[in-house]
Design a protein around this ligand. Sequence first.
Ligand SMILES: [Zn+2]
Length: 382
Amino acid sequence: MTSPDTNSTSDPALIHQRAITVDMHADTAQRMVDENVDINGRLPDGHLDAVRAKEGGLDAQFFSIWVEPQLFGVGGAGAMKRADIQIDAVTALAKKHPETWQLATTAADLRKAEEAGKLAALMGLEGGYAIDERIENVERYYRMGVRYMSPAWSVSTSWAGSSGDEVGKTRGLNSFGQQVVREMNRLGMMVDVSHVSDKTFWDIVNTSSKPVIATHSGCRAIADVPRNLTDDMIVALAKTGGVVNVIFYPEHIEPGWSEKKKKVDGEISSLVQRASEEEHGDVAHKKLARDRVRAVEYAKRLPAVTVSRIVDHIDHIVKLVGIDHVGIGSDFDGVQAVPADLKSVADLPNLTKELLRRGYSESDIDKILGGNMLRVLEEVNH
Ligand SMILES: [Zn+2]
């Protein structure tokens, strides 16, 4: 006899495999360009490849198309080229390995890929530098497959303030910035508030007619860093119908970690500098050399964090605005530290295990892992 209870399961692995899991943010496209890695096979380093994604039950990855303005410009041909080559790399990945990867731009594409047992590859533009202050470029990137954009990364643009610099403290969206948000709404490109200044956040929420998302952020109530969202912001974002996708990076989830990291950054600055000087490649390779030193030193010198802390942020958001407005955005391959029990995408089931331990039901977990973002994708495409 089968009772309803035996039909449901408390097996974390099974629940995790059944869910559609969507990671809203990973920086792996830069590895494909700068390190020429083929992420179809298992890589010895980094946080994401197809083999570990399958092990971890991932179904869809949003690849961040990140233009680092200090290296490639806050606009202009250099910024556009940097975005374009990353988009080409993601597109080429799906072309080269159609048995594993499928390019996707809609919720329907994503579900189709999942049913076919493939990984869906989607793209988001991190920082609006590549649109080069031209409204027609929003549609250009939409046509290339980009389905979200954050107006600024850690450096403010003329039209949107960042949480990462001085000018961002007083800068929101100007009239061009508002025009960009409306154009994104028109096209069906999601607006991402991760990295923007508080003022820009409120201007976006007040301008956008579609759900607003944070692709990789945490709660300021737990980890008080400017990159994170205040409770008021989370409530306002939820009112748009959007989703806060919780980041895995210790600096943005663990209280006090950011201050400790600043201290360590001071202690290791000469080591980092030396690694950069000894690397004879281009600017991107020099950055890779610096980041390798940082990763080693952070692991030695900074406190370990676990998935439990990620779930603290998820819990906080759920208590504030309910189960329909939370998701995940790892920032894998874009950070120099990860939780001890979430070292790569292969460890994602540990997150589900912790959610179950905290009392979340299977349908709650489905929403957190990807269901909520599928809903937003459907909404913005109408
Ligand atoms: Zn980021």
